[in-house]
Design a protein around this ligand. Structure first.
Ligand SMILES: Cc1cc2nc3c(=O)[nH]c(=O)nc-3n(C[C@H](O)[C@H](O)[C@H](O)COP(=O)(O)O)c2cc1C
Length: 178
């Protein structure tokens, strides 16, 4: 699959087959995503692959709204995407480099998440990035180290549906030349 096809055919998938995702495939996706650009090559993004059914149930039951629990309950795999705090966007003395302050952290994680989802799709795997969850609850449950922050969840699995692409804005709406 070429890049354009991968970009245009990837969809957020919210229903999966129960089939297990091999660790070799997850490893390969993370390896590809590691080639994402990052602030001064700080590479702050980390991934926790959650397969344990009791952990998945606890996240679905206690720490996500229904529309995301319904996805997590039938996904074979959930990735908790975290980042190392205090590097991306910062100078060595701890001050911010730009007016955007620490927002470059989420910028870099976002790029990594897109790379992850595109490479997952390249392996035939569906995914959906989820931004709505109880951050404190999941941080405690997964024992995420204090140097890291939970940024997003990504459900992953072999798609059991093939949704249409939600409508996109036109190039005229998105682009201007000056
Ligand atoms: C930062 C971010 C947060 C998102 N959060 C959720 C979410 O909590 N639940 C969900 O079902 N989809 C979530 N989505 C998926 C979007 O709804 C989806 O990408 C959008 O509707 C476009 O559809 P497509 O991904 O199939 O092109 C999120 C996407 C992004 C990038």
């Amino acid at each position: 699959m070429n890049v354009t096809e991968c970009l245009k055919t990837r969809r957020s998938i919210r229903r999966y087959k129960p089939e297990h995702v091999d660790h070799s495939i997850i490893d390969s996706i993370v390896s590809s995503a590691s080639y994402s650009p990052s602030w001064k090559n700080t590479q702050i993004t980390r991934y926790t692959a959650i397969e344990n059914p009791s952990l998945l149930s606890e996240i679905a039951d206690k720490f996500t709204p229904d529309y995301n629990s319904n996805i997590i309950r039938q996904a074979p795999l959930l990735i908790a995407v975290t980042f190392i705090k205090g590097r991306c966007g910062y100078e060595r003395d701890g001050s911010f480099t730009t007016k955007k302050e620490d927002r470059w952290q989420m910028f870099d994680v976002g790029i990594a998440c897109q790379s992850f989802c595109l490479e997952a799709w390249n392996h035939g795997l569906g995914s959906v990035i989820m931004g709505v969850f109880d951050e404190e609850g999941i941080t405690k449950l997964l024992d995420i180290p204090k140097e890291q922050e939970l940024a997003a969840l990504i459900a992953v699995g072999y798609p059991d549906i093939a949704p249409e692409a939600p409508k996109r804005k036109t190039v005229e709406q998105l682009l201007q030349y000056r």
